[in-house]
Design a protein around this ligand. Sequence first.
Ligand code: NI
Length: 185
Amino acid sequence: MILPVYLYGSGVLREVAKPITEDYPNIRELIDNMFETMRNADGIGLAAPQIGLSIRLFVIDISPLDTERDFPQLRDCPKQKIFINAEITERYGDTVIYEEGCLSIPKINEKVPRPDKIKIKYLDETFREHEDEFEGYFARVIQHECDHIDGKMFVDHISPLRKQLIKSKLADIVKRKTTCSYKTK
Ligand code: NI
């Protein structure tokens, strides 16, 4: 089922989301719905707060990216991944600047500086614990989604000047004046 994506200005996107336990109701169905919602909107990551749930869950699907031409370093990465109760425990490596977008902030893309490497603790969809290291673009996508479950968004990381330049576009999203190809709330 495709769910509406909550847009910038929604309070739930600014909450620090809560961890979940194995008895969370209909988690499989929720995860399936999140993948479907994300694919329908041509996204590569979606966090639960973006569908109105303040829980520490996000999904990533990088399969729409051209890993041969644009992202050769992603060739060996898993294409789909589910992160539950994720916490980034370390950020290191060079700070890399790269353009980001977000399904909750339609039609705005800005360059965001982020460390190139991370270490992250999380549970998979079977609630098994993992601690993995990621780097490059995959680490960026994870950091973007981890921000969502901590009530942050990519526009928080851009310069005051850039923020000023997109101020009216952000205001239009808050007023729900921005048209979108997918269902929003
Ligand atoms: Ni986002």
